[in-house]
Every structure is written in structure tokens, then in C-alpha cells.
Design a protein around this ligand. Structure first.
Ligand code: GLV
Ligand code: MN
Ligand code: MN
Length: 416
């Protein structure tokens, strides 16, 4: 196939990702949560790079998405819209490629198109989504939901760990909470949405492959609970008289592990577990915990969720522990990727001399939300270091990023 100038994607993406990683909510790790000063600086940097890359228009929308548009060939009268993107927020102590790769790589491709003076037969939009992880407000996909016009105004009253409402955080960031509706794109024009993302797992690495085509995106359910027992003296309260909230949480966590080991693609995680104001010599009177349960198909996930919820009620009733939901339970359905576009990606891989490898995604992605309004597809890149992600050890190689850039350019030409 036509080869592009050597190394115009890989090194560029690695340099940009390293520069963005310097903006963090924390001194000693990469944490970039929605609308913090580091998050705003990241958005501004992306905006500037988009402008330099040769996008025709670059704008920040009402929820903080940064959107670059590369206009269609002038000869196309009513161009359709092809959209790609991913998120620039991160989990706490995260990696620098999760989300950002799917913004920076298409930016590097547009920079190359612009240098060559090449236009596509459709408008091409790269969206840097402001919020996907749910790290600050518990509810995830705030940004892509706004982009497709499905922003729930009730989200504005969500509160972060410091008691700051989303409405306040937006105002502090110079965004107008009353204007969230204006972030909606003209979704009827969207012909296709695709997303490039680091795999965040070991499958491609183990198979010795740089790239893979995603078959479907797992659905997930999240819940945050406060278990309430009774605090008491650790030395004087007999074991049978205790209402230990941490022991209830531990029993729940072990059940989640056992139940979610029972089906392929089913996974369950208690990622947050905390005894507020705990002391070494006090029986835990309360325990905060989170649940995250996912599977490639909704029926498998829903069955596990139902069993876990029954078990939580049973454990807490037996231990005389009260249950409070500290945030509304949240769930999204699994999303299949478009068969037609999967076939196009496979053809691209074949042209690049790569095996036509496909795999499901256990992680959530903005593509999951866009699937409500357009056919979606995803390309995964190999994740090094054993496939670790949501961890600062997350890495990709320059060579894999370069190959992914060539794949994106070939895919864009095929879409035309
Ligand atoms: C997002 O990274 C998720 O899958 O939790
Ligand atoms: Mn993530
Ligand atoms: Mn991600």
C-alpha cells in the first residue's frame, strides 16, 4: 500500500503524550480529573496543537470538549461527518495513553493530511472528550453524552469528594452550566464514529500483535455504597456483639470475586474500600465501597448483578448493617461494533501486512455512547508491560503508534 512519510505519527504522539502528562492534579503522578486546573490546561494545550496541526476550526464546547474539524474537499456539496476521538481525563494515578492516544493519533494524521494538502470527501472531526472515567463525579461519559445531546441536567447537582457540585466546577472553569444542551453535535450528519485506544489488557501483547479490531464494548454497572454498622471498643466488645461494617464489605468483596469468576468476559471489582475515620482500636462503624461489574453481553452482566445485590442484602441483614447508596447506581449496555466497519479495519490490517485479529473490549469507551447515534468501530493498539493500564506503568511503543497512524489514514481513505 501507499506508504506515508516515515515516522510522522509515532514520535509525534509519544512527544505530545509526554507533554500532556506533565499537567496533573497530583505532584507525583498523572491524575487529570474533570475541570480541575490541570484538566483545563490539558484542554488548552490540545486546542493549541489542533490549531497548529491544520484543522480548519477548533472550538471548546459547553462541557469542555475540544473539537477540531478538518473540512471536506470543496467539491463535496453536502458533506457527511466522520467523527473520531477519545477522552483526555484520567483515573487517579493513571497512564498517559488511555484516552489520549485516540485524540493525539488522529491529530497527527490530520497534520499529515494538511501537510500534503489532502482533503477527504467528508468533514472529519476529532473530539477530545473532557470526561469519560467518572473519577471526579462518579457518573462517567458526561462529555460524550453531551456531544450526542443526551446530557441529563440532573448531573449538574452531582457532588465531588470535596462537596463541589458539578455546576460550581463548571462555572469555575468558565463554562455555563445552563448551556450544556448546546454541546450537542448534529448527530444526523454522523456517518461513522471510530476510536483508537490502547487495549489496556494483555491479549495483543500475548499474541505478538501491534493492532486488533474490536468486536464489542462491554456493558458495565457501577454502584457506590456506605455500609453502616456500629463503632465500638476493639478490646471490650465480644465478637458476637459486633456490627462491623468493614467485615460486611469484605464478605461482599469476596462474593463479587467468586461470582464474577463464573463466566467468560464477566469481571467484578471492588475498587474503593474505606473505613471513614477508622482507628486501630475501633470496630469499623462504617465502610464505603464501590462495585464495578461488566461483561461482553448484558444478560451475563445482569445475572451477576442480580446475584451480587441479593447477596449484599443477605450479608447486611445477617450482620445488622444498614446500606446507603451514596451515588445513583449507574449502568450502560454493551455495544457491538459495526460489522461493515470491522471488515474495513480488517482490510486495512491486511494491507499493512498484519494479521486480521479481532477481540472484545472489557473497558468502557466513548464509542459506547456514540453507538446510540451512529455505527461505531474501534482499533486497539498493543499495551506493553504485561498489558497493565489504569496504572502509570501503561506503555505503548513508538513503532506501534506509527503503525496505528498508518492504519487510521488508510481507514479514512477507505471510508471516503
Ligand atoms: C474506563 O476506563 C473504564 O472502562 O472504566
Ligand atoms: Mn480508562
Ligand atoms: Mn479510556
Amino acid at each position: 500500500m501507499q506508504s506515508d512519510e516515515p515516522l510522522c505519527y509515532g514520535p509525534q504522539v509519544m512527544t505530545w503524550a509526554a507533554e500532556l502528562a506533565a499537567w496533573s492534579d497530583q505532584q507525583d503522578n498523572l491524575t487529570c480529573t474533570y475541570l480541575t486546573p490541570a484538566h483545563r490546561a490539558t484542554a488548552e494545550q490540545i486546542r493549541q496543537w489542533m490549531q497548529e496541526a491544520g484543522f480548519d476550526t477548533v472550538r471548546r464546547d459547553a462541557v469542555g470538549n475540544v473539537i477540531g474539524r478538518y473540512k471536506a474537499q470543496a467539491s463535496v456539496a453536502q458533506p457527511e461527518l466522520v467523527v473520531t476521538g477519545s477522552h483526555y481525563d484520567t483515573v487517579r494515578n493513571g497512564g498517559r495513553y488511555d484516552g489520549r492516544l485516540g485524540i493525539l493519533l488522529p491529530m497527527a494524521v490530520v497534520a499529515q493530511l494538511s501537510r500534503r494538502g489532502e482533503r477527504l470527501p467528508y468533514d472529519f472531526e476529532v473530539v477530545a472528550f473532557a470526561e469519560e472515567e467518572g473519577a471526579r463525579y462518579g457518573t462517567a461519559f458526561l462529555a460524550s453524552s453531551a456531544y450526542i445531546g443526551r446530557y441529563d441536567p440532573a448531573w449538574l447537582d452531582l457532588v465531588d469528594a470535596k462537596g463541589v457540585t458539578l455546576r460550581q466546577a463548571m462555572a469555575e472553569a468558565g463554562l455555563d452550566p445552563a448551556a450544556v444542551g448546546s454541546a450537542a453535535a448534529d448527530t444526523k450528519r454522523i456517518k461513522h464514529y471510530f476510536e483508537v485506544h490502547i487495549e489496556q489488557g494483555p491479549v495483543l501483547l500475548d499474541a505478538g500483535l501491534a493492532l486488533g479490531v474490536v468486536t464489542s464494548i462491554a456493558g458495565s454497572m457501577r454502584r457506590k455504597l456506605l455500609l453502616k454498622g456500629r463503632a465500638g471498643h476493639a478490646g471490650t466488645t465480644p465478637m458476637h456483639m459486633r456490627r462491623d461494617a468493614a467485615c460486611a464489605a469484605a464478605e461482599i468483596a469476596l462474593y463479587v470475586e467468586e461470582r464474577c469468576s463464573q463466566a467468560d468476559t464477566l469481571v467484578g471489582t471492588v475498587g474503593m474500600l474505606e473505613v471513614p475515620t477508622g482507628s486501630v482500636n475501633v470496630i469499623p462503624g462504617a465502610c464505603r465501597m464501590s462495585l464495578d461489574i461488566r461483561a461482553a453481553d448484558d444478560a451475563t452482566r445482569d445475572a451477576a448483578v442480580a446475584d451480587v445485590e441479593r447477596k449484599i442484602d443477605e450479608i447486611c441483614a445477617r450482620r445488622n448493617i444498614a446500606i446507603e447508596d451514596t451515588q445513583p447506581a449507574w449502568s450502560v449496555a454493551a455495544a457491538p461494533c459495526s460489522p461493515e466497519h470491522r471488515a474495513m479495519w480488517r482490510a486495512v490490517l491486511a494491507e499493512l501486512g498484519q494479521p486480521q485479529f479481532e477481540l472484545p473490549s472489557g473497558a468502557g469507551h466513548d464509542a459506547k455512547i456514540l453507538e446510540d447515534v451512529a455505527p461505531v468501530s474501534m482499533l486497539f493498539t498493543r499495551c506493553g508491560n504485561g498489558g497493565i493500564s489504569h496504572n502509570p506503568l501503561e506503555i505503548i511503543t513508538t513503532e506501534d503508534a506509527q503503525l496505528a497512524g498508518r492504519a487510521v489514514l488508510a481507514f479514512l481513505r477507505k471510508l471516503g
